[in-house]
Ligand binder design. Sequence first.
Ligand code: ATP
Ligand code: MG
Length: 184
Amino acid sequence: ATTIDRLSIGGFKSFADEVRLDILPGLTGIIGPNGCGKSNVVEGLRWAMGETSARALRGGELDDLIFAGTGARSARNIAQVTLHLSNAAGLAPSPFQDADELEISRRAERGSGSEYRINGRVMRARDVQTLFADLASGARSSAIISQNRVGQLIAAKPEERRLLLEEAAGITGLHARRHDAELK
Ligand code: ATP
Ligand code: MG
């Protein structure tokens, strides 16, 4: 199976310096006191997967995601999150179809938006979003459930629930591509 086995996060939200997290097989838990940055790790993951909703990232605009500085540390001007995927061959967009390892990064610079790269090459947001939709673990997929989302899932309307099931089944990417094809 394709796995995300490493996440590097630097200049993003509360992460002033680059931190590298190796995700080992099995269950991983992140523990720590309130406000230490646990949710920020998950938001970094979503952001690198192509999340664009400010609400999902608890920020008004892109620049809010860049480390803003504290009493002890000055602000950063660049935020970068990199995901390392193994066994990704077949899922990757052209020209990486045969690449078994993928390094997907998103980088924001203060005042000038963000940019995605796959294995060092600049790619469209759409390429990264489709890749993760196919992986059935996209930025908004049911595989990531945020702190306030459990109650919403219980109260969801049938058609909202269908979308979640489609994401879980990994067919959301197919819909996105069909939509693209219909527009052409
Ligand atoms: P809880 O246990 O309460 O859920 P948590 O570990 O999930 O806490 P987070 O919500 O990840 O904590 O982190 C919140 C912290 O991140 C706050 O202290 C906030 O000031 C800090 N933070 C958020 N955005 C930035 C930013 N752009 N620059 C610096 N710090 C930031
Ligand atoms: Mg939290």
